[in-house]
Design a protein around this ligand. Sequence first.
Ligand code: SF4
Ligand code: SF4
Ligand code: FES
Length: 257
Amino acid sequence: MTQFNLPNNSKLINGNYFKDKSGSKNIKKVNIYRWDPDKNENPRIDTFEVDLKTCGNKVLDILNKIKNEIDPTLTYRRSCAHGVCGSCAMNVDGVNTLSCMKSHKDISGDINIYPLPHLKVIKDLVADLNTLYKQYESIKPWLKTKDNKKKTEINQTKEDRKKLDGLYECIMCACCSTSCPSYWWNGDKYLGPAVLLQAYRWIVDSRDDERKERLKEVADKLKLYRCHTIMNCTNSCPKGLNPAKAIASIKKMLATN
Ligand code: SF4
Ligand code: SF4
Ligand code: FES
């Protein structure tokens, strides 16, 4: 029988409340999704009172403060803290973003933090990106030249190099793919905006010799044409990129080649 409700063990429950002990007047309440695979418990929302007077400006600074000073079991990914590695992507205040780039000063009221949506949760704010990485591998994100003996540098004109602007900056954070309704429902088949933007990045690289093969590879009603130009992807990219436009460009190339 079709089930429309969440199973009981998936329902979010109220978790622990961590009261500020500093007595600071500059307190922010931060509600964070928690789930531990080693405990047979429902996911819960823990609330932390955080003293902003002794905290950096970014949401990642809040998470680091909580982990260092309040609850060392809080689990999340981060590395560069400068918007370069893409590992700190999560849902902050209802929007997928990089927590190291998001200022908590822009958020009025409580801050709500969840893992990236519609992915399996590994623990707390760490979502399972294995399928997305396999899809990324499937588009062969490296330069392919027919002549394998070509060992010298391959030059590009300035115009050809410019075609990669707006594409090479993608850090594969997955904010776009996990905000795309088509990817939510068909994430195992539809490649999604992050991977399709990457596919386009290699399709338009003038140094690559396999443009036709690459186009043929993505020309599939599930891999590509599940994009219905809903635009959530472009609206959520923390690097200001436009995956919807890249997808439209692939479709145009297929229609006109
Ligand atoms: S434009 Fe396409 S890829 Fe972007 S959110 Fe919409 S359906 Fe998804
Ligand atoms: S296009 Fe933007 S949101 Fe999507 S993976 Fe790349 S950097 Fe992240
Ligand atoms: S920690 Fe690297 S992008 Fe945020």
